[in-house]
Design a protein around this ligand. Structure first.
Ligand code: AP5
Ligand code: MG
Length: 213
């Protein structure tokens, strides 16, 4: 099963993608997580990506498309995957479709997690992520058992560099300009599914599994 998660920054794509990956035993592939890992390891790609990410801009398609295409060729993707944060532009969606067409494959579902802009800024300022395993929490909605400590691995939780309110506003603008058009793109392909992302995390997940089954 091949799934794309769509939605604004902070809509809960990552939160839901992790649960989907676990339930359906497919890899969760987040281009944002891949870029952040590269930044942490000080790679050339990380240096280039950081300058865009810190401003809330998209990393150019030239750097993103090949990275994703290489990742989905891995052996662990043979039964499918859940993509989180890719595609984010029409050229990225077209590149993915071209690559899949060549092998007679297709995306099964594009799931749009719908959350209005008003809710987003609050979610982002409360988000905390584990420096080590990448698990995400929310100070109010999904708090860790011990303050600032990851439930999974005991490491420290941090606020992401791009979650400052000013940067979040830029990210929302970029989302509406460049990523929202993908909703029409996948509607025309007949694979778009909508879920109300303002519900409780468990209810969003239940809505998603109901759509898939
Ligand atoms: P990326 O890491 O993909 O960030 P994003 O799309 O902005 O999305 P987020 O990860 O911020 O939000 P999310 O939807 O995953 O929400 P989450 O589940 O964490 O990309 C970062 C940057 O990398 C981009 O700005 C760009 O520069 C670059 N990039 C990445 N991919 C790219 C591409 N393809 N092309 C070009 N550039 C690219 O949830 C958010 C918070 O809300 C958490 O605290 C969570 O606990 C909480 N929460 C989740 N669900 C609920 C709920 N139901 N109720 C209450 N709280 C909830
Ligand atoms: Mg995410």
């Amino acid at each position: 099963m091949k799934i794309i998660m769509l939605g604004a920054p902070g809509a809960g794509k990552g939160t839901q993608a992790k649960k989907i990956a676990e339930k359906y035993q497919i890899p969760h592939i987040s281009t944002g997580d891949i870029f952040r890992a590269n930044i942490k390891n000080g790679t050339e790609l990380g240096k280039k990506a950081k300058s865009y990410m810190d401003q809330g801009q998209l990393v150019p398609d030239e750097l993103t498309v090949d990275l994703l295409m290489d990742r989905v060729k891995n052996e662990d993707c043979k039964n499918g995957y859940v993509l989180d944060g890719f595609p984010r532009t029409i050229p990225q969606a077209e590149a993915l479709e071209d690559a899949l067409n060549k092998t007679g494959d297709k995306i099964d579902y594009a799931i749009n997690v719908d959350v209005p802009d008003e809710n987003i800024i609050n979610r982002m300022s409360g988000r905390r992520a584990c420096v080590k395993c990448g698990a995400t929490y929310h100070l109010v909605h999904i708090p860790p058992k011990t303050e600032n400590i990851c439930d999974n691995c005991g490491s420290e939780l941090i606020l992401r560099d791009d979650d400052k309110p000013e940067t979040v506003k830029n990210r929302l603008g970029v989302y509406h300009d460049q990523t929202q058009p993908l909703i029409d793109f996948y509607t025309e392909k007949g694979i778009l599914k909508e879920v109300d992302g303002t519900q409780k995390m468990e209810d969003v997940f239940e809505a998603i599994t109901a759509l898939i089954n």
